[in-house]
Design a protein around this ligand. Sequence first.
Ligand code: FPP
Length: 269
Amino acid sequence: MANLQGYVKPGSIEESLSSQIDFTRLPRHIALIMDGNGRWAKARNLPRLSGHRAGIQSVRDVVETCARLEIEYLTLYALSVDNWKRPATEISGLMRLIIEYMNLELDTLIRENIRFRPIGRIEQLDPAVQQELQKGVARTAACTGLNFNIALNYGGRTEIVDGVKRLLKESLAHGGQIPAVDEDAFTSYLYTAGMPDPDLLIRTSGEMRVSNFLLWQIAYAEFYVTETLWPDFRAQHLFEAILHYQRRERRYGGLSDSFAATEPLANQR
Ligand code: FPP
C-alpha cells in the first residue's frame, strides 16, 4: 500500500489532498500530456526552451509521486511526430534536455526501482539521444516498481501503422498466413505491448485535445484537464487529478450501477 509518510509535509495542501485519496482504487496507468511550457516561458519573457527546462522539475516531481503512490505505469508525452515542425533550435534544445535528464536522473531511477522505457519511433532520433535512452532501458530493465514510459517522436496513428506493419511482416515470415487478429492480439503489436491501458489521461494548460496521444489505448481512459501549465505542475495537482478520477463512474459502455438496479426487469430485455 502506498506510503506518503515523510513525503508530504504535515499541515500542507498535499497532505490534505492525499488524505482523501482511496489508495485501494488508484489508476493503474496514468498518461500525461505535458503542455504549456511555451506559455509559461512567454509569461516570464524567457525563451521557449526555458519553459521546457523548467518542465523537467515537474517530470521529477510526478515520477517520484507516482512511485510513492505505487502507481504501476506512467506515460509522459515529451515529443510528438508532429513536433518536428517546430524551429530546429527548439528541437535540438529538447534533445539536449533529454540527454541531460537521463544523465542526471538515471541513478535515482535505479535507486527508486523505476523501470524506464521510451516509446515511439526512437530509431529516427539522433544517435546520441538513442544511446542515452538505451542505457536507461538496459540499466533499469530489472526494476520492478513504477514503469515509466516517455513518448518521444511518438504519434498514435504512427503507432497503429507500425503495429500493422509488424503484423504483416510477421505473417510474411510465416508463409503469408494472416494470423487470427482480435483487439487483444493487436495490442501486442503496439509500442505498449503488455501494458494495461491508461485509466487516467491528464492534460495540462487547459487545452481540450488528445493530440495524437495513445489513440488506441485511451478508448476508456478518464480525461482530466487542468489549467495549470506543465512547469507549475506538482504533486498537489496530481493528487487533485486522482481525486477527480476517483469520483468518476467508469461504465465502459455499460450502464450506471444505480440505473441498472432501478430499471424494471421487463425494460432490460
Ligand atoms: C508542450 O509545451 C511540451 C513539449 C512539446 C515538450 C515537453 C518536454 C519536456 C517537459 C521535457 C521532456 C523531458 C523529459 C526528460 C521527459 P508547448 O511547448 O507546446 O507549450 P505551449 O503550448 O505553451 O507553447
